[in-house]
Ligand binder design. Sequence first.
Ligand code: AMP
Length: 281
Amino acid sequence: MLVYRDIPTLQNHLNNLKNNEKIIGFVPTMGTLHNGHLSLVNKSISQNDFTLVSIFINPTQFNNIDDLKTYPSDIDKDLELLRSISEKIIVFSPEPNELYSGDIRLDQFNFNGLDKYMEGKFRRNHFAGVATVVSKLFSLIKADYAYFGEKDFQQLRIIENLIIEKKFNVKLIRCETIRSEDGLALSSRNNKLNFSSKKIATNLFKALNFAKDKIEVLSIDEIEKIISENLSNFKEIKLEYFIIADEQNLKPIKHMQTEKYRAFIAAYVSGVRLIDNVKLY
Ligand code: AMP
């Protein structure tokens, strides 16, 4: 498996593949890979000649310096894992200065309102950071397909919008959320939780499922109230938001009109910020 840390040698390799009309899938990650990431990688392997996996903890998308400093990282383990999956994987794991050409800062974007609520509201500049790095990677890699997880649904919608706005010639493939047996959405941040906190964290998925079960019998206000009261019984959980929003424009709703809604949640569990969502149809 080829692992690149610098842009020119990666670009050289990609040019060779493209000259030979190879189809390339791209899976951007921040590493500490788990089965959620691997589901994206495996989907890409099954649909492309080669899969480029980027492993890069993007500094500009962290609005909290401690969160960046404590973000888990285990590149050796990640490489070993990817090596065991397929020879058709290429890894790109640059230093921040390499990817940002020594100028680590945010670009400005118009997200057409998709960043107004939820993560966009609670994590200032987070999506500008995500869009900055994804734009750099899209421009560099020029993949045919890019794989994004529904676990980060708002991010996925923002990247779909970015592809249209910036006319990137890549097709985004949505990949469903992979969970552990008890329902907890897999996340690199789960590594920061101990066994009992992980168990408590399953209440976020339970809250989303409660909304899914009751959406036709209770009002959205009632659902929100019950969920927030219920979660407040756990001293380890600090709810940041629970929102039901339109799947397309991500606007929070109070009354059901069309069918395509999702329930979204963000909460700190034992000090670790987790997000999750489910579709309600
Ligand atoms: P991250 O490393 O957290 O930036 O995630 C890289 C990609 O993997 C993003 O497209 C995520 O949405 C996706 N991803 C993360 N966790 C999961 C999961 N549990 N199921 C499916 N996709 C995931």
